[in-house]
Write a protein of this length. Structure first.
Length: 255
């Protein structure tokens, strides 16, 4: 394939793609319907012209037939007056009128056949246009419903522009919340480790550790006190002197 052929194919492909993107099915259907209506109007104009010609031929045939009748009457009148020459001339005029009647009748038959064809074509075209109009409205409704479904689906799945930005915003917010939570946990750990301190507090890290030990010792003392209070007096003595029942060790000399 030559370079020019490849360029031509590429241009044609791009053109078809652009046309497909720009083409609206509803507008295409409406345009086709308008063209069919224009064709029907053109058919009606042709039919009107043919019918006009048909009426004109019928009038000419009627006039020629009247001329034949007059020539016949004139020939009779001339013979009655012993004017055979006038009778012969009238009969000659009669033959000319009859020939004109035949010619006009043949043309009338041709025009009548054309008129009948146009009338039949017009009826079939009107039926076809009505069918197309019904199909057009159905197709336009189906296309509108499908288009609405596609837009809703795009919005719900984030493919479209409506919820797509919302999804991105939610993702960015989640990232910021996660980062902020991690930072808060890290700072809490640093404060507990004594790396960071409260600027309003004058305690050193050693003082804080001692304070924590005192708190633990105080809690343990309170716990032992509560255990003693809940236990009976005998339990208190046994708890107070757990080694009283044991025998005293022998401390005599020589042992």
């Amino acid at each position: 394939m030559t370079l020019f052929g490849r360029v031509a194919d590429l241009f044609q492909a791009k053109t078809h793609k652009l046309l497909d993107r720009l083409e609206d099915p509803n507008e295409t259907l409406d345009l086709s319907y308008e063209k069919m209506i224009a064709g029907l109007q053109e058919t009606k104009r042709h039919l009107a012209d043919v019918v006009t010609e048909q009426i004109s031929l019928e009038r000419q045939i009627s006039a020629a037939q009247q001329e034949v009748a007059r020539a016949e009457s004139d020939a009779r009148m001339a013979l009655a007056a012993n004017r055979e020459d006038l009778a012969r001339a009238s009969l000659g005029h009669k033959q000319s009128a009859l020939q004109r009647v035949d010619t006009l009748a043949h043309a009338h038959d041709t025009i009548l056949a054309q008129a009948n064809k146009l009338i039949d074509y017009q009826k079939r075209l009107e039926d076809r246009i009505e069918q197309f109009r019904t199909q057009k409205e159905v197709m336009k409704s189906s296309y509108a419903a499908a288009q609405a479904q596609v837009r809703v689906t795009e919005s719900l799945t984030g493919i479209g522009n409506h919820l797509g930005n919302v999804s991105d915003a939610m993702r960015r917010a989640e990232d910021k919340v996660s980062g902020m939570q991690a930072k808060a946990d890290a700072m809490e750990g640093l404060i507990q480790a004594g790396v960071l301190s409260d600027p309003l507090s004058h305690e050193s890290s050693l003082d804080k550790e001692l304070h924590a030990l005192r708190s633990v010792s105080a809690v343990d003392s309170d716990l032992e006190r509560l255990k003693l209070e809940l236990a009976g007096p005998s339990d208190v003595r046994s708890l107070a002197a757990p080694n009283a029942a044991l025998p005293a060790p022998n401390l005599s000399k020589g042992d």
